[in-house]
Design a protein around this ligand. Structure first.
Ligand SMILES: Nc1ncnc2c1ncn2[C@@H]1O[C@H](COP(=O)(O)OP(=O)(O)OP(=O)(O)O)[C@@H](O)[C@H]1O
Ligand SMILES: [Mg+2]
Length: 176
C-alpha cells in the first residue's frame, strides 16, 4: 500500500502485537539484527507507549552492556552508544522546529554511518534525511502494538525480513 505523507511515499510493512515487554524486547532484537550503517528508525506513539523501552532493547541487543544505563534522552536530546554501527538515540519531544533538529547534526551522524533511533521524530523526517522505518507504537491498556511503515527505498527492504516467529502479526494486516 502506498500513501502520500507530504511528498514522501509511505508503505505499511506489518503490524505486530506486543502484549508483553518480552514481545517488545523481541522486536528490539529483530531491529538490532537488521540495522545497517546509516539507518533511520523513527518511533511514534504517545507518552509511555514504549519508544524508549524498545530502543533500550535494541541497544542491549547491539551489545550495550548492563553496566551502561540506557535512559530517555528527553532533556539531553541525544545519547550515543559505542556499538558497531554506532547507535544514536534521540528524543525530539522538546524540539520546536526543524532548525533545532539541524543543529543536533543527526543527519550528519547518519551520513557518517550511525544508526539513528529517534523518538517523536515524525515531523522532522526531512531534517533527519528521510527514508525512515517508522515504528508506530499504540497502547491499549497494558498491551501494545507496533505498525512498521517504510518511507523510502532502504526502509522498504525491512519488508523482506521475516519477523520473529513468536511475534504475532495482526491478521488483518495488508502485506502488499
Ligand atoms: N508491551 C510493552 N512494551 C513496552 N513497554 C511496556 C510494555 N508493557 C508495559 N510497558 C511499560 O511501558 C513503559 C514505556 O515507557 P517508555 O519510557 O518506553 O515510553 P516512551 O514511549 O518512550 O514515552 P515518552 O514519550 O515519555 O518518551 C515502561 O515503563 C514499560 O515497562
Ligand atoms: Mg521515551
Amino acid at each position: 500500500m502506498d500513501e502520500r505523507h507530504g511528498t514522501l511515499p509511505m508503505q505499511e510493512i506489518a503490524t505486530v502485537e506486543l502484549p508483553t515487554r518480552r514481545a517488545t524486547t523481541r522486536l528490539g532484537r529483530w531491529l538490532a539484527q537488521g540495522v545497517i550503517a546509516g539507518d533511520l528508525v523513527v518511533l511514534t506513539g504517545g507518552l509511555g507507549a514504549g519508544k524508549t523501552f524498545l530502543t533500550r532493547s535494541v541497544a542491549r541487543a547491539m551489545g550495550v552492556g548492563p553496566e551502561i544505563r540506557v535512559t530517555s534522552p528527553t532533556f539531553t536530546l541525544v545519547h550515543e552508544y559505542e556499538t558497531v554501527p554506532r547507535l544514536v538515540h534521540a528524543d525530539l519531544y522538546r524540539v520546536s522546529d526543524g532548525s533545532e533538529v539541524d543543529q543536533l547534526l543527526l543527519r550528519e551522524m547518519r551520513a557518517h554511518g550511525a544508526v539513528l533511533f529517534v523518538e517523536w521524530g515524525e515531523p522532522y523526517l526531512r531534517e533527519l534525511g528521510g527514508d525512515a522505518l517508522l515504528v508506530k507504537l499504540e497502547m491499549s491498556g497494558p498491551s501494545r502494538a507496533a505498525t512498521l511503515v517504510a518511507t523510502g527505498p532502504r526502509a522498504r527492504q525491512w519488508s523482506s525480513r521475516a519477523l520473529p516467529n513468536k511475534l504475532m502479526v495482526r491478521a488483518d494486516d495488508k502485506q502488499d
